[in-house]
Ligand binder design. Sequence first.
Ligand SMILES: [Fe+2]
Ligand SMILES: [Fe+2]
Length: 180
Amino acid sequence: MKAKRIPQAVSEEFLAPYLSDRAVCSMEEYVQHGSTTTFQHCLSVMHTSCGLAQRLHLKINFENLALGALLHDFYLYDWHDDFYRHPKNGRPLHGFAHPSIACENAMVRFRISPEVQHIIRTHMWPLTWRNVPASREAVIVCLVDKLVSTAEAATGFFCGLRHLWGKNRRRMQPSFLERM
Ligand SMILES: [Fe+2]
Ligand SMILES: [Fe+2]
């Protein structure tokens, strides 16, 4: 296991079983934002959350914080799929539904504490307005998730523009040369 996957504030022994779990690693198969996979996104939220809490010298439970961040999007499907993007028969939209799905998956797969469940269930607040983050760990993950998601979406957008610009330039070249 790569050492960089483990935040400084958490022991490798604690996180290793989760990071080597087949279902957790399967998040690598799903795209979260732009070209970022759900696994990469969860790792980023975990590292940024732990780094921020350490830097601010916050008195928090780092194990709960790291685990809640790692599993906060443990919903295990491609949310870009039409089935999830256009819900029918009263099924809620992905944005509203996935915190509960992720939490249930995490509860089935691992024995997670009520504190970690709370972090996962409340990370989409204020969208899920009834599930308000009520612990420091939950507030951190809720905020950091939004920051990381925005950065990933912006990076994906600019990479897409660059790709498009490159394509258009390549398409323009022959006609430009023909005119010479
Ligand atoms: Fe999420
Ligand atoms: Fe997220």
